[in-house]
Design a protein around this ligand. Structure first.
Ligand code: SF4
Ligand code: FES
Length: 257
């Protein structure tokens, strides 16, 4: 296949970016999308040009490092897939592709298609932990957790922090990501001691980082490679409301909560 790529090139956060056009004349349908970019980059290096920067690590859909927009769609045209798991057999000879980084104020461009997602790390650091000593595996299994609750917590834990939800949301909201990180701990008994403080802290940090508000558009759910459901945001809002009321009651009684 012969493909034409229009790739966003930008040297850094404060530099102006622009699309640069590349022809890739010999794409195999067996290549992954990132392998196709590897081939293009190898040629750019041999010509003495700067290769295209993009994030990646596992290339197995696990780590959440990869991700950019392909023709306006986060991770490309397939549902439930990261860009590292997208293969070129989904394209045809003559296709024209536009590659852009995630665009959000809270995700400044590092270089080309790579963005700084450390805002996600700070949201997790604000509440994504438990303080109880959970002991070894047999001790943990001594705490009965209903199957339906455990499965929902594990569904939330599937979030890989890729940022596609933010990039696709017209408000650049991080609600689906934060809801997933918050829900997976708030549902389990091990996460109960910090439940309210976690809800307050993670939602507050999300706002500090400059992410927008959720207005129920649903683009996040549509592009999420791990199919995190939209109703996790409703769960986060309920937990946040509960935490706010508890906090207010404690303060009204003269406590420090
Ligand atoms: S919720 Fe989905 S799209 Fe958002 S960061 Fe997690 S895995 Fe990626
Ligand atoms: S490189 Fe790890 S999920 Fe794509």
């Amino acid at each position: 296949m012969r493909l034409t790529l229009h790739v966003w090139r930008q040297k850094g956060k404060y530099e102006a970016g622009r699309f640069v056009t590349y022809e890739v004349p010999d794409v195999s349908e067996h290549m992954s999308f990132l392998e196709m970019l590897d081939v293009l980059n190898q040629r750019l290096i041999l010509k003495g040009e700067e290769p295209i920067a993009f994030d990646h690590d596992c290339r197995e859909g696990i780590c959440g490092m990869c991700g950019f927009m392909i023709n306006g769609q986060a991770h490309g045209p397939l549902r439930g897939t990261t860009v590292c798991q997208l293969h070129m057999r989904h394209y045809k000879d003559g296709d024209v592709l536009w590659l852009e980084p995630w665009r959000a104020q809270a995700f400044p461009v590092v270089s080309d298609l790579a963005v700084d997602r450390s805002a996600f790390d700070r949201i997790i650091a604000s509440g994504g932990f438990v303080s109880v000593s959970t002991g070894s595996a047999p001790d943990a299994n001594a705490i009965p957790v209903p199957k339906v609750v455990a499965e929902r917590a594990m569904d939330a834990a599937a979030c890989i922090g890729c940022g596609a939800c933010v990039a696709s949301c017209p408000n650049a909201s991080a609600s689906l990501f934060t809801a997933a990180k918050l829900t997976h701990l708030n549902l389990l008994p091990q996460g109960e001691p910090e439940r309210d403080q976690r809800s307050l802290n993670m939602v507050a940090q999300m706002r500090v980082e400059g992410f927008g508000h959720c207005t129920n558009v649903g683009e996040c759910e549509a592009v999420c490679p791990k199919e995190i459901p939209l109703d996790m945001i409703a769960k986060m809002n309920r937990d946040y409301l509960r935490a706010t009321l508890v906090h207010r009651d404690v303060q009204a009684k003269g406590g420090t909560g």
